[in-house]
Ligand binder design. Structure first.
Ligand SMILES: [Zn+2]
Ligand SMILES: [Zn+2]
Length: 77
């Protein structure tokens, strides 16, 4: 169980949104880092030297939220 940072109620660990106040639960586990191409915005593997999509070496690290996880649960809200 985790605590909602907004209303302090105890909610399930796998909750995406607090069921009491509806605020979004930020969890480190749902964040991951990608290597994003600054030219074509394609996502690349973290160890890539060049963009697999356009071949550019202008790659930037970016922190992402696991949107697939959110999408899976989005229909419940
Ligand atoms: Zn809450
Ligand atoms: Zn690219």
């Amino acid at each position: 169980m985790i605590k909602c940072q907004n209303c302090n109620n105890t909610i399930d660990t796998d909750s995406v949104f607090c069921k009491y106040c509806g605020s979004k639960i930020e969890s480190e586990e749902r964040k991951y880092t990608i290597l994003k191409c600054n030219q074509c915005q394609a996502e690349n593997d973290l160890d890539a030297d060049f963009c697999k999509h356009c071949g550019s070496n202008d790659l930037i690290k970016e922190e992402q939220t696991d949107f697939e996880f959110l999408a899976k649960y989005a229909r419940f809200f």
